[in-house]
Write a protein that binds this ligand. Structure first.
Ligand SMILES: [Zn+2]
Length: 502
C-alpha cells in the first residue's frame, strides 16, 4: 500500500479509538452515571476530544490527505471515500483555531443553560441574548468554512445545511417544500372535515414497567436486532448510537400513560440501529461509517417507525402479542381500532408528538424561520411572534406559552440547518419503498413476521452504498430518479384517505 495511505489509515485509526472512548462515556452519562460523577466524565470527554483534535491535525497527516485528494482519480472506491471524507473534515476545521472552537463551545454551553431555564419559566427573553450569540457563531461558521477545489455555495445558509445533509441546498428545499405545502394543507383540511371518529381513549390506560419492558424486548427480537451486537437500555429519553461496528446501543423510555410511546421509540431507534449493524463491514474498516447523513438515517428510522410500524399489516402481526402483554388496555379494543388510534391525525403544538401528516409542517415552519434569520434579516426579537403566526397559518393552532412555541426544541442552542433533515428523510424513504414493493412481497413478509426479509432488502439496496455516496447520488442510485416530495405526498394521501374515509 502507498506509504501516505498507510499513514492516513493509521492516524485515522488512532483518532477513531478516541471517538469510540468518547461515545462510550457519553452513553454512560446518558444512561447510568450518577449525578455526582457527571463532571469528571465530562472532563474526560473534553480531554479525549483534545487528543483526537491533535491526532487529526498532525502536519504530515494533513499533507498526505491533501496530496492523495489531488490524486483521487487513481484511488479505488473505499480509498477515495476515506480521502474525500478527511478532505471535508480538513475544510471544516482549517480556519477553526483552538481559541475559536473553545469560545463556540462556551457560548453553546451557556445557551443550553439559558434555554433550559427559559423553557421552564416560559419566558423567551431569558434565552434571546444567548440565541443571538448562537446565531452569530453560526454566521462565523459560514465565514470560516474553507471552500474546496471548484466548490461554491449560493448562500450562507447552504453552508449550514451542508454540514448535516451534504449537497442539499435552499434551492432544493424550496422546491421540495413548495410541492409539499400545497398538497399537505389540502389533505389536512379534508381530514379536519372528515366525519370519521377515531377511538383513542384506551391509549392512556396505564401500563406497568414490566409490561413495557416485555413489549420492548418483543419488538427488538421481531426487528431482527442481533442480541450479540446490540444492547437495549431504559433511560429518560430514546436515542441510539453506534459504539463500534459490532456494538450498537439503543434506549427507550416508558411513559406510564402512553404505552405506544415506547413501542414507536423502539421501532424508530431500532431502525437507526439496523442501519449501522447491516452496513458493510468495509465501511468500518475504512473509517467512513459515519458518512451517512442525518437525512439518510431518518429515512430508515422513519421507515421502521411509520411506514412499517403504523401499517395495517404490522398492527395485525403484533396485535395478538400486544393483547397478551397489555390485557387491561386492549381487552375490548379491536385490531382495526388499534390501527386507527396509532394513525390518528391531530394538529398540535409539539413537534415530537406530531403524527405523520402534520410532522412535516412543523419542520417547514422551522426551515422558513432559519432561512429568514440567515438570508432575510429576520431578527431574534421577531421570532416568537413569527413562530406563532406560522403555527396558526399552517396548523391552525396557537401556542399558549413560549415553552410550547419558540422554546420547544433544544436545537437552536447550538445548531441551525439540522431540522430539514427530518423532512428530507420522509421524502427519501417514500421514494425507495416504491421500488421495494415492486421487488419483494412486503405484505406477505410482514404477515409471516419475516421482518428480516425486509431488512435484507434494505441492506442490499439502501444501506449498501450510503457511506460512499452523497444523498443525491444515493437516492438516484437506489431509485433512478431525482429527489422529489411527490412519492411522500402520494403515500400520505393514499393512506389517510383510507383511514379517514375521505
Ligand atoms: Zn431519529
Amino acid at each position: 500500500m502507498d506509504d501516505r495511505l498507510n499513514n492516513v489509515l493509521n492516524t485515522v485509526k488512532k483518532e477513531d479509538q478516541c471517538l469510540h472512548a468518547m461515545r462510550l462515556i457519553e452513553f454512560d452519562m446518558q444512561t447510568s452515571c450518577p449525578e455526582m460523577g457527571m463532571n469528571k466524565e465530562g472532563e474526560l470527554i473534553a480531554e479525549i476530544e483534545k487528543q483526537a483534535f491533535r491526532i487529526r491535525n498532525d502536519e504530515k497527516f494533513i499533507e498526505d490527505v491533501l496530496e492523495l485528494y489531488r490524486e483521487k482519480e487513481t484511488l479505488d472506491e473505499y480509498e477515495r471515500a476515506l480521502i474525500e471524507k478527511r478532505y471535508r473534515t480538513y475544510l471544516t476545521e482549517k480556519n477553526m483555531s483552538d481559541e475559536i472552537s473553545h469560545r463556540h463551545s462556551l457560548i453553546e454551553k451557556q445557551a443550553y443553560a439559558d434555554w433550559s431555564i427559559a423553557k421552564e419559566k416560559k419566558d423567551f427573553s431569558l434565552f434571546s441574548e444567548s440565541l443571538g450569540k448562537v446565531i452569530n457563531i453560526n454566521r462565523e461558521r459560514i465565514d470560516l468554512r474553507e471552500l474546496g477545489e471548484g466548490e461554491s455555495f449560493a448562500c450562507g445558509y447552504d453552508i449550514l445545511l451542508d454540514r448535516f445533509e451534504r449537497g442539499i441546498t435552499v434551492k432544493d428545499l424550496d422546491r421540495l417544500f413548495d410541492g409539499m405545502k400545497e398538497r399537505l394543507t389540502v389533505l389536512l383540511e379534508k381530514i379536519r372535515n372528515s366525519k370519521k371518529k377515531i377511538r383513542t381513549d384506551f391509549l392512556s390506560i396505564p401500563a406497568t414497567f414490566e409490561q413495557q419492558q416485555k413489549a420492548a424486548d418483543f419488538l427488538k427480537e421481531l426487528m431482527g436486532l442481533d442480541p450479540k451486537r446490540s444492547a437495549l437500555r431504559v433511560c429518560s429519553h430514546a436515542f441510539s448510537d453506534r459504539m463500534e461496528r459490532d456494538d450498537v446501543r439503543l434506549t427507550t423510555y416508558f411513559l406510564p400513560d402512553l404505552f405506544t410511546s415506547n413501542i414507536y421509540s423502539i421501532l424508530h431507534e431500532g431502525g437507526h440501529s439496523l442501519f449501522e449493524l447491516l452496513s458493510p463491514y468495509e465501511d468500518s474498516d475504512w473509517f467512513i461509517y459515519d458518512n451517512k447523513t442525518l437525512g439518510m438515517h431518518e429515512s430508515v428510522s422513519r421507515f421502521y417507525e411509520n411506514v412499517l410500524g403504523r401499517s395495517k399489516d404490522f398492527i395485525r402481526l403484533v396485535y395478538p402479542e400486544f393483547q397478551k402483554i397489555f390485557p387491561q388496555i386492549l381487552r375490548d379494543v379491536s385490531c382495526d381500532e388499534l390501527y386507527e388510534a396509532v394513525n390518528c391525525v391531530t394538529p398540535s403544538l409539539i413537534r415530537t408528538e406530531a403524527d405523520e401528516v402534520t410532522y412535516p409542517l412543523h419542520i417547514l415552519i422551522r426551515y422558513e424561520l432559519e432561512k429568514g434569520i440567515f438570508e432575510e434579516g429576520l431578527k431574534v426579537e421577531e421570532l416568537p411572534e413569527r413562530w406563532n403566526r406560522k403555527y396558526g397559518e399552517y396548523l391552525g393552532v396557537t401556542p399558549g406559552s413560549e415553552s410550547e412555541g419558540i422554546l420547544q426544541d433544544v436545537h437552536w442552542s447550538s445548531d441551525f440547518g439540522y431540522f430539514p433533515t427530518y423532512a428530507v428523510g420522509n421524502f427519501y424513504n417514500a421514494m425507495y419503498i416504491g421500488r421495494m414493493k415492486k421487488e419483494i412481497d412486503v405484505h406477505s413478509l410482514i404477515k409471516n413476521g419475516d421482518i428480516r426479509g425486509i431488512n435484507r432488502w434494505m441492506q442490499d439496496n439502501v444501506f449498501l452504498k450510503a457511506d460512499r455516496l452523497t444523498p443525491k447520488e444515493w437516492i438516484r442510485d437506489i431509485t433512478g430518479r431525482e429527489l422529489t416530495c411527490d412519492d411522500y405526498m402520494d403515500y400520505l394521501e393514499g393512506k389517510y384517505s383510507e383511514v379517514y374515509e375521505l
